[in-house]
Design a binder for this molecule. Sequence first.
Ligand code: GDP
Ligand code: MG
Length: 177
Amino acid sequence: MSSQLLDRNVIVLGGMNVGKSTAIQRFLGNEFMDKYKPTVKDTHNKKLNLNDVEYNLTITDTAGQDETSLLDTSFVGSADVYVIVFSLSFRKSFEVAKVIRDKILDISGIETIAMVLVGNKSDLKADRQVSFAEAQALAQSYGCPYVETSAKENLNIKDVFISSVKIANRARGVGED
Ligand code: GDP
Ligand code: MG
């Protein structure tokens, strides 16, 4: 038992249509919907217990970026951890994920960022355009975890947020595990 309640600020980024909002809705406990209204910017709160510590997650859902649109820089610096999502069935979104990370690095001027790389839509097996090995290798080069998810089938969604808390803790120098 612990009376701790720790705030962690999670910002979810990625190209358009990769499933950011759907994944967040899944984590919040909502049903899968085939159509979502385009997101401008939304924040959600959800509690997560990890190793007997209670976390209050503030999750910011963002509008999708593409490689030409300038990332809304207003939230850079406020995150404890970035979740950068791409679609396994849309290769371009994998490239966008790299660009987004580069932009955050540029803007913040730090050497490494606390992030989790997420390849979503793993259920669309026949349409896969990015292999597990390739995405895993990219994450390894970033020193961050890689998680493959299906927001549709509710696969590994919770893992994304557990990984996020662990990475946020690591970045803060708080002991993990
Ligand atoms: P966002 O723009 O990144 O927020 O993407 P959305 O969450 O709005 O999802 C875009 C579209 O992809 C919607 O039609 C979703 O139903 C669909 N979608 C989201 N996640 C998945 C998934 O894991 N598998 C499949 N097959 N479709 C998904
Ligand atoms: Mg959205």
